[in-house]
Structure formats: C-alpha cells, structure tokens
Design a protein around this ligand. Sequence first.
Ligand code: URP
Ligand code: ZN
Ligand code: ZN
Length: 472
Amino acid sequence: MKTVIKGGTVVTSTEQMSADVLIDGEKVVALAAPGSHDWEAGSDKVIDASGKLVIPGGIDVHTHMELPFGGTNASDSFETGSRAAAWGGTTTIVDFAVQVKGESAMDGFEAWMQKADGNCAIDYGFHMITGDINEQTLKEMDMLVDEGVTSFKMFMAYPGVFYSTDGEIVLAMQKAAENGSTIMMHAENGIAIDVLVQQALARGETDPIYHGITRPSILEGEATHRAIRLAELTGAPLYIVHLSAAEALAEVTMARDEGMNVFAETCPQYLFLALADLGNGFEGAKYVCSPPLRPRDDGHQEFLWQGLATNDLQIVSTDHCPFCFNDHPILGTQKKLGEGDFSKIPNGMPGVEPRMELIYQGAVGEGRLNVNRWVEICSTTPAKMFGLYPQKGTIAIGSDADIVVFDPGTPRTISADSHHMNVDYSAYEGREVPGSVDTVLSRGRVIIENDAYHGAPGDGQYLRRGTSQYLI
Ligand code: URP
Ligand code: ZN
Ligand code: ZN
C-alpha cells in the first residue's frame, strides 16, 4: 500500500519545509519538494495536506489505562484509551505496568501485556512501577530491560500503596546505573503529606480543595531535591514525572546545570489549570490528581512554560488516569468514593486525547514556543528519552509512518460531549483550541480521517524499547 501526503508543511523538531511525503507499507520512504515527483500515479491513496502541518504522531509517555488505584480502576481500558489517544493525534503511548508489594515484577509485566494485547489502536510500550524492591525485583529489573521495559517508576508519595523508602530508592537506582535503565520518580514527600492530611481531616476539612492545600509545592521541591541527590550518589539517570511546582523545577534546573542526567516532564493540567479548580464543593473532585494543581498567583504555570522553552523541562505527557465523576454502570462509584473525605478521592485526571491540541494552543497559538519545539516536546524527545527514536518521533526515511495532519486553522471546542475518552467529564470543558487534528496515520494506515475512526483494536503493537537515547 502506497500513500502520498501532498502539499503540506512537514514539521519535525528541527525542520519546517513544504514537502510531499511518500509512504510504502508501514514506513516513510521519501520526502520531496511539492509536486516534484509524480508519486500520485503509482499510489493507492493521496491525502491533501494543503494549508496543514504534517507532523510526527504524538507520543504520550505517561498513561494509566485500567490502573487499579484508589479503590477502583481507571475508567479507560487499553481499547478505549488508545483509541481516544489516536483521535487526539497521539500514535504511541507508554503506559505503566504495576508490581505491587509481595508480587513479582515479571508477573506484573505479563499481566499488563495481557491487558493490552489485541486491544490497542496504536503502538504501545511499558514502564514498570516497582512497588516492592527486594533481591528478586532487582534481578527482574535486568530481565525487564531485556523485554524492552527500560524505565522504572518509584514513588516518594502514597505511603502504604506504592511508596518506597530512600533505601529502596538507592537500591533501585544502583541497579539502574548498572543496567542502563532510567528511574522515573513521583517526587512528593508522602510521609509529611499524610500528617497534613490527617490534621486537615481532624479539623473537618473534607472538601476536594484540601487535597491541594495538604500537598504544598514545598514538599514536591523537597522530594525532587532528595531524588536528585540520590541519583547523584548512585549515578542513575533520573526522570521526574508530572512536575507541577516551581520549587521542583528549580531543583531540576540546578542539577542539569551541574551536568547531571536529570530530566522532567510536566502535563497539560499543570500548564492550564489551577488550585481554584479544586474548589466549588465536591465538583473539585474532577481535578484531584497528585501532585495537585497549584495556586495560579504563585507563578508556577509561567515558570513551567519557561522551563519548556529553555529545555529544563523536556516533555509534556498527560498522566492520563481518568475516573468518572458520576457513578458508572460497570465501574461503579469512582470520584464520589471521596465524598466527605478528600483523601479517598481516586487521584487522577483524563487527558490523553486533548494533549496535542492543548499544547499547540499554549505553545504556538499563544506565542510561547515555536512549532518545532511543540513537536519536540510532544513527540521527538519522548521517543529519544525512552529508546524509540528514530522509529518513532520524526518524519524521516525509514521511520514508522506515524503521522498527523494537523489543521492550524480549524478550531475545536473541547467537551465531554464530543471526546472519545471513557469518562463523563472533561477537565477543559468549553475551551476553544485554535487548531485541530485532521488525519492520523499509524504505521502507514489511516486511522482517523473525515471525523471518523478507521482502525481496530489490536492494530497497535508492543514496542520493545531501548535504553534512553537522551543521556549526556
Ligand atoms: O494523580 C495521579 N497522578 N494519578 C496517577 C498515578 C500517578 O501518581 O501518576
Ligand atoms: Zn505519580
Ligand atoms: Zn501517573
């Protein structure tokens, strides 16, 4: 099957050029000046991209499909969540397999492989959440790297759930330094937070807003500092996930200035939403995630945008972890598990679908970053950071034809009425974004076109990832 995308502006992290793109089977095989080659005659499909941007498919390296968490399961399955990702111009996800206390990490990996197998609309890989560090897990980290799971998420938050002690973190970091993998860190001081949470509940402060108030940014900054110094001690590459706070970014910036392999992502919720969204009574439960949304007046958001401009932040992922607000016929009670006690609200927000359009708005639409940087933070660097480049993350000869035709001139209004995620609200309800996803190809197959989905569950393949290609 040969496909030509003609007349568009091809944008990669480094180039912006008028070019036709020739796809043969699953791969990009040629790029040429518009109309300079008569590719249309011998092709099976022609996509007219005139006036549109032709970009590498988005890569979201932080999703939690079907995650068992907070007494329920994230409401998007691999089938519904990966399809919603495709609708939003994301053609690869890296999700988190889970090892819980007392269980083997390899068993956790196999379980998540089974959940995803035959269900994904787009290609997918896994990180591993290591919830129990012991002799066996440390050996399994080597086995997982051989399976293409080259990054391990640890938690300084959630005592009693996924929490690791500093000693366990040191052990895992020593192993990562040895086998070339990356430690991903949820950097919040969960022990201190739990004290503040118990004090707030004892005062009768039970509304969702107190979720944000009891997780102050200083405790994200402190944990980020500690994670960085443990990485310095052990020599492990460190990637701070879902960074939300100026204090944490300052620590990352300092470490990077010291020449360390320290990296960080932020997420759209921290760039667009704020602590005040947690107000409005229990409605605020829709915005409960950890780290929490930060007070708008404290300047975190512009600091994060600046970090994206200076590459102190390298990636925007979503931390997609949706829970329904109203009771769901199959999933039951989700956000409302925390009525009367904010600490019982399942932590997480939906976001896999609108990421590319939202970041286009905040970056290009509002003049903060150029179009190359938009592609870089949403696709190219994620591929390099997690060992997928140049198969993914660019439009080049030999790369997978994961391509999005993006229309910068057709706005869209984000709404739960029109989104495809399996969740009953949008955190961005009513927001108008200036550009929108038009056509999506996954390994050469058109899966979104003319406002219709043309793919099928199982189209997506498991990606055996290499180690990070972003290290100094
Ligand atoms: O609130 C969040 N972030 N939920 C998902 C789990 C995690 O910590 O990433
Ligand atoms: Zn986390
Ligand atoms: Zn997460």
